[in-house]
Design a protein around this ligand. Structure first.
Ligand code: SF4
Ligand code: SF4
Length: 232
């Protein structure tokens, strides 16, 4: 196939001995001096441009809300929002999250993580944990300044992971806008949905049934013989 004329021909190299196809330099290009002065002129111009370099670590960069830094747990009114459902641990590609769920019948939320750990040596900052969390309980913070001196220090426990929601407003707002766009404007995260108590659901949704009645109804439904083979 003939080579198109408007494409630069390959230079001669060890594998290509067609020196006749090599582009020849002009006299000025052979001198190299004009190119050196061009580069010096460019450097000189840049010296008078506004400086964008930060003197890290004295000066810290404030990342935009789209930035995915260290994953943190959202602390809402002094408590973690997390209900220890385990979805984030399941979605985490490098298996960096581990937790143990516990129950507290006095807490309207009923479930909480007894311990919650993220191994920051494994974390790849993918944000999947944030994506799957139904409670907005784990989000990617702006924290990129992460240093450890030992492997043990890289395991962040619940106390180190908790960050008040007031300090995460940028990311939470970004997530709502992002999720809104993702799901066609019908996603509207409600903080009160964090309370997954059957008691509260019964009260709030006015099902007309008490918890005992709901359980009786469930038991009744379980004992009803199916009318067709298809539902067995
Ligand atoms: S950001 Fe990704 S790798 Fe890190 S904890 Fe979340 S899911 Fe795991
Ligand atoms: S997905 Fe959210 S609520 Fe579920 S365990 Fe993870 S942080 Fe907690």
């Amino acid at each position: 196939m003939p080579t198109p004329k408007n494409l630069e021909q390959p230079r001669a190299n060890a594998l290509n001995e067609q020196f006749d196809q090599e582009r020849s330099f002009s006299f000025l290009e052979n001198l190299y001096l004009p190119e050196i002065f061009k580069a010096l002129w460019y450097s000189l111009k840049q010296m008078f441009q506004p400086k964008i370099t930060l003197q890290y670590p004295e000066e810290k960069w404030d990342p935009p809300s789209i930035f995915r830094g260290r994953p943190v747990l959202v602390e809402d009114n002094g408590k973690e929002r997390c209900v220890a459902c385990g979805l984030c641990a399941r979605a985490c590609p490098p298996l960096a999250i581990s937790m143990q769920a516990n129950e507290d019948s006095d807490d309207p939320k009923e479930r909480y993580p007894d311990f919650f750990e993220i191994n920051m040596l494994r974390c790849i900052y993918c944000g999947y944990c944030e994506e799957v969390c139904p409670e907005e309980a784990i989000v990617m913070s702006k924290d990129y300044d992460i240093v450890f001196e030992s492997r043990e220090e890289a395991i962040y426990d619940k106390e180190r992971l908790l960050v008040p929601k007031e300090d995460l407003q940028d990311r939470l707002e970004f997530l709502r806008e992002y999720k809104n766009r993702q799901f066609g404007q019908f996603w509207d995260f409600q903080e009160e949905n964090n309370i997954h108590s059957v008691r509260d659901r019964d009260e709030e949704f006015h099902s007309g049934l008490s918890l005992v009645e709901m359980l009786e109804q469930q038991r009744h439904n379980d004992n009803v013989e199916p009318e067709s083979e298809w539902v067995r």
